[in-house]
Design a protein around this ligand. Structure first.
Ligand code: ADP
Length: 483
């Protein structure tokens, strides 16, 4: 696998969790997996074997070290060390600006990964799985320059889209600069509205393209969710499908989670109250009996438009009038930080905010809250709603993508409901759904049923990993038959 993120090493979002959880599940099924990712600043893996070489892609010529590490879960991780490219203040940019040379940086990652596999003493990979635009050149190079990596020439190529909103879109100057064949700059290749898109490359040159939920796979075939890629995705036909992400149930387990002050399970929820108290404390909110009886609504999210903050803004007055306490953990755009800061300033005892990336607070929010709000405009899969389910925290979501696939909405007499969802996105609908959810919170029997339905859902990786294996097998067969 080639990826720009992998938990716990480098993470900005769900991609990192997937690239940690899926390989581990695959090794449990008996497969061997190697993940290649950049060695960013501050990333210092120990016990590595180090090899050195020169990586070349047109104008990009760099001395590189590969730091190879065997993980306890039998996943082999290879960190590409190239300070000129990756020893920087951010992964993709700094100060709100993308790095100007991202095409070069992730072009280098692709070649470094392929060169590693070519020189590797272990058996040649049977499948190469690339994730998101950052590794879109991996299948492109293998298909357009196969003689450079003969050991990989028969490998099945799989590409996974974690979020179509990030497209790795660059000027077409990239093509000659990286000495790519101009054939890649066609509608069937990486050309995208007269630019060059690494994401388009990824889906154009792979045997199979997957995305992270069945619903998002269908949605992305339409102009509303397809970002201009809908035509390219449609043309893939059966070679494009959605596989719902799993979650790492060893890390996200309320019975053992080391980041929680108390543990709990579906049959013994006492520890959840302790977590609620700790959560209120960590967000500097009152912790008296009143506060503990009042429902806590959590948001853990990148603070970007995708996550539905404009609807929250629209409905802010109505939401703040509800009898609930809010905790918000996130990083991202300043305007959304300001929005939440203003809500906190107006309602200091009802709105707690923390602007930063904090794993401990994220776990505590999932465990200590009663409800989890995720009103995303679109959501390829979403992990937080699955963590919430496991922690007995009832999700309130917009019915899109993976949110729609994982949440079964409450209706009176509905069996197996595990949360609430609204379908026509708007601030008013969000507020109405929150109101309905908070009303049900005060019905302990019904609420307990919702919680236990969610806690019983199985979103472990094993199921998803089996589906990926089926795709890998098909990709391998196609690679053998077609090339
Ligand atoms: P996305 O990938 O679009 O960001 P997901 O719900 O798929 O959304 O995954 C988000 C992941 O990032 C989850 O594991 C979530 O807990 C984590 N996360 C997001 N923001 C923060 C934060 N501020 N602090 C800690 N973890 C966060």
């Amino acid at each position: 696998m080639v990826s720009s993120e992998m938990a716990p090493w480098a993470k900005t979002g769900g991609l990192a969790d997937v690239v940690a959880g899926l390989p581990a599940a695959l090794t449990r099924l008996g497969h061997r997996v190697t993940v290649v990712l950049p060695k960013y600043r501050g990333l210092d893996p120990t016990d590595c074997r180090v090899t050195t070489g020169e990586v070349s892609l047109g104008a990009v010529q760099q001395q590189v070290q590969w730091h190879t590490r065997e993980g306890a879960d039998h996943v082999r991780t290879v960190f590409v060390d190239c300070p000129a490219m990756f020893d920087r203040a951010g992964y993709y940019g700094a100060g709100g600006q993308d790095f100007a040379d991202n095409a070069d940086r992730f072009g280098l990652l692709a070649v470094a990964a392929l060169d590693f596999a070519e020189a590797d003493g272990a058996a040649a990979p049977t499948v190469v799985h690339a994730h998101d635009w950052q590794s879109g050149l991996v299948p492109t190079l293998l298909r357009t320059q196969p003689r450079r990596w003969p050991r990989l020439s028969r490998a099945g190529l799989v590409f996974t889209i974690h979020n179509l909103a990030y497209q790795g879109r660059f000027s077409k100057d990239v093509v000659p600069r990286l000495a790519l064949d101009w054939r890649v700059f066609t509608m069937e290749g990486g050309e995208f509205w007269n630019d060059f898109s690494y994401l388009k490359c990824g889906l154009a040159y792979s045997d199979y393209t997957t995305t992270v939920s069945p619903r998002y796979a269908v949605e992305t075939l339409t102009p509303e969710f397809g970002y201009g890629f809908e035509g390219a995705l449609q043309s893939l036909g059966e070679r494009y499908l959605g596989i719902l992400n799993g979650i790492d149930t060893t890390i996200w387990n309320p019975e053992t989670d080391p980041l929680l002050p108390a543990h709990f399970s579906a049959s013994d929820l006492a520890g959840k109250r302790e977590c609620k108290r700790a959560l209120l404390n960590q967000f500097y909110l009152p912790q008296g009996d009143d506060a503990l009886a009042r429902p806590v609504v959590a948001i853990v999210s990148r603070l970007v438009a995708q996550k539905g903050f404009d609807w929250i803004y629209e409905a802010a007055d109505e939401l703040m009038a509800l009898d609930a306490t809010w905790v918000v953990l996130g990083t991202g755009e300043t305007k959304y930080e300001q929005m939440w800061q203003a809500m906190h300033d107006r309602h200091p005892s009802r709105v707690g905010v923390y602007f930063g990336f904090d794993e401990g607070r994220a776990h505590l929010a999932e465990a200590g809250a009663d409800l989890f709000l995720m009103p995303s405009l679109f959501e390829p899969c979403g992990l937080n709603q699955m963590y919430s389910l496991r922690y007995g925290t009832v999700p309130v979501v917009h019915a899109v993508g993976g949110l729609d696939d994982t949440i079964r909405t409450y209706r009176p007499n509905a069996r197996h409901a595990n949360g609430f969802k609204f379908t026509n996105g708007s601030g008013a609908e969000l507020a109405a759904t929150m109101r309905q959810a908070l009303r049900l919170f005060h019905n302990p029997v019904q609420w307990a049923r919702l919680m236990s339905e969610g806690m019983a859902d199985d979103h472990s990786w094993d199921q998803a990993a089996r589906e990926y294996v089926r795709v890998y097998k098909r990709a391998r067969r196609d690679a053998r038959d077609l090339r």
